[in-house]
Structures are given as structure tokens and as C-alpha cells.
Design a binder for this molecule. Structure first.
Ligand code: SIN
Length: 334
């Protein structure tokens, strides 16, 4: 409390009023407040996850001042991909928003989000997450101690490489960094290329030094992590979704007084809705940022795009058993 209401108010004001930027400064937490850490791997100021995480912290720090204080650690500065879920269960961090592709060791069902071309666009993905099937998946890992607070969309994904990729055969023999996802690995193999799972924090260096030839990501990640600077070009394949599970742990949520928990859950829900309203504009802005910074984007004709769809079609059948036909059908018809 004391002077911190003013200090936090300033942080909250700056994060809420800047549409695409957010303060990365740590909140000043006071004695007696529940201090909750939010760790994530993305960076920059225009990234949808950066903005949403900072908005969440700003709102908690303003509206729950004296009760709870959220500190945000972006850019893998607290935990990277490989450690963050374990850290959540150990109570070393209280909030995360990992990519849905990174849950393969905990649930096979999230593979549905990785199936190539299953979602026409972000709106279709949002519709799926709001369906009964999507809502049930939010807490698919509750028996493990994970609580899904909401899905945060990040964007559709695009391939980049050290040579132009126009049709799938252009990728033959190349090595692509992928997230730790069996579906992503199968998808790269279907293109006649080699998948190389790797933590997000290592991707820029791996592209720069030629450890891998290419990667797949959203405009926001390609811009804020400067991948476009160390690639020939990015191809507008729109082939896959990137979305996050905004999450906490059962232990943390159960440790809160009911009124505190309820207030927190309302803020989490409102921040999630806002994040999903803002995401398309953020992606469009970061696509333009890439062009303005000298990056090259290859657009595809309908025929060229159809070749990518055809090349990746076998991947769905491969994962039908793991994911479940009903879940796949529900996502595909969203
Ligand atoms: C993220 O956006 O959180 C990281 C995505 C990736 O690992 O490619």
C-alpha cells in the first residue's frame, strides 16, 4: 500500500493506455502482498503476449493493491521453455502462457491446435476455444495440477528460411526449428525436411549460425525476435495456429481466499477477452514492421497454397488416435 498505489497506478496506466506497448518494469510489491511471478518467453513491446501479460499484471496491481502483486519476467529471463511447467508445479512461478504446442509430455489432445491448416484463421480458432470441446480442453490437465485460465491467441504461423519457399518442394532437405511438438515434427517431415526441436530463446542464434535453415512462427515473433534479419524471406503460408494457455497451478489458486480468487479470475477472464480482441491488429502491425525494417514476405497464389495443404494432409491421420476424432472434427468445423 503506502506510496505504491500511486506507483502501481502509474504502471497500470501506462500498460493500459498503450495499445501495443507495455511497461516491462517489475512491479514494486509491498510487504504483506501475495507476490505472484508471471514468466514467459516472448519479448519486444508489440507482441500480443507481452501486452496481455503486462495488462494482467497492471490490472491486478491496481485493482488488488495491498492483496496481490504480479511481477512479469519476459524473454525467458526467469524460466525458458524446458523448465517453466515444472517450475509452476514446484511453486517457483505462479502464472505462465506457454504455447499450446509445448504440452506434449502432459496431454496428447493439444496436438489438435498444431494440425496444419485445421483453422482457416484466428477467428476460427477462437470459435473452437469457445466451444464445449475447446472449453473442456482448457482444464484437460487439472489432475496434474495445472489450471487453464484462458486461451490467448498469438496468430497464424508462416515459414521462413535461408532461401525463398514458394512450394513445399523448396523445403526439401532443409532443417527447420520446431517447438517440442510431435505434430510439428511430422509436419516438417511431410515436407521432406528435417525438424529440429529447440527452445525459443535459441532460435535466433541457430538461424544466424546455420544450425537450422528455417523456422515457422507468427509475424509478432518473427518481428520482435528479429528472425527476418537472418532469413532470406518469410512465406505467407498461414499453415498453423500459435496460441497460448494462460495458466496457473491448482496449489496457487487453492491457497487464495475465495474472494481473492474470484477477483483474480474475473481479471484473468477480462484480460483474455481483450487480448483476443487485440491480436489481429498486433499481428498486422508486426507484419508491416517486418516490411518497414527491410524484411521480405512471399505471398502465395491459391495454387501454390494448395500444394502446401496437400503436402501436409497425411499429418492429420497420423495423430487421429492421440487427439481423438471428435476433437479434430470439432476444430475443423469451427
Ligand atoms: C511463444 O510465442 O511463446 C514461443 C513460440 C515458439 O517457441 O516458437
Amino acid at each position: 500500500m503506502k506510496n505504491s498505489l500511486f506507483r502501481k497506478g502509474v504502471l497500470a496506466f501506462s500498460a493500459l493506455t498503450l495499445t501495443f506497448s507495455a511497461s516491462s518494469a517489475l512491479a514494486q510489491c509491498d510487504d504483506g502482498e501475495i507476490v505472484a511471478k508471471f514468466s514467459h518467453v516472448t519479448g519486444g513491446t508489440t507482441h500480443p503476449k507481452v501486452v496481455a501479460a503486462n495488462n494482467f499484471a497492471a490490472r491486478v496491481n491496481e485493482e488488488m493493491n495491498g492483496i496481490m502483486c504480479v511481477e512479469v519476467f519476459p524473454n525467458s529471463t526467469l524460466f525458458g521453455d524446458s523448465k517453466e511447467l515444472e517450475a509452476l508445479l514446484l511453486g517457483d512461478v505462479q502464472f505462465l502462457a506457454p504455447s499450446l504446442s509445448k504440452f506434449g509430455s502432459y496431454t496428447r489432445k493439444y496436438g489438435v491446435f498444431d494440425l496444419p491448416f485445421i483453422f482457416e484463421d484466428i477467428d476460427a480458432a477462437i470459435r473452437f476455444t469457445q466451444s464445449d470441446t475447446g472449453r473442456a480442453l482448457l482444464n484437460d490437465m487439472s489432475d496434474l495440477g495445472f489450471v487453464g485460465l484462458g486461451y490467448w491467441m498469438s496468430g497464424m504461423k508462416y515459414f521462413s528460411a535461408n532461401k525463398p519457399l514458394i512450394v513445399p518442394s523448396d523445403a526439401n532437405g532443409l532443417k527447420f526449428r520446431v517447438q517440442a511438438s510431435d505434430v510439428a515434427k511430422a509436419m516438417i517431415a511431410a515436407m521432406g525436411a528435417s525438424p529440429q526441436p529447440m527452445a525459443f530463446a535459441e532460435v535466433y542464434g541457430a538461424l544466424q549460425t546455420g544450425v537450422v535453415d528455417g523456422q515457422e512462427n507468427t509475424w509478432s515473433n518473427i518481428y520482435t525476435k528479429k528472425f527476418f534479419e537472418v532469413q532470406d524471406s518469410v512465406t505467407e503460408t498461414n499453415h498453423q495456429l500459435l496460441a497460448y494457455l494462460f495458466m496457473t497451478s491448482t496449489d496457487f489458486l487453492d491457497s487464495l481466499e475465495p474472494a481473492v480468487r474470484d477477483q483474480l479470475l474475473i481479471i484473468a477472464d477480462e484480460v483474455t477477452q481483450q487480448a483476443n480482441l487485440d491480436v489481429k491488429a498486433a499481428e498486422a502491425k508486426n507484419r508491416q514492421n517486418i516490411l518497414d525494417s527491410g524484411g521480405t514476405i512471399n505471398e502465395l497464389s491459391a495454387e501454390q497454397r494448395a500444394e502446401w495443404v496437400e503436402a501436409m494432409r497425411p499429418v492429420w491421420d497420423q495423430f487421429e488416435g492421440d487427439i481423438g476424432v471428435e476433437i479434430i472434427e470439432s476444430a475443423a468445423s469451427s
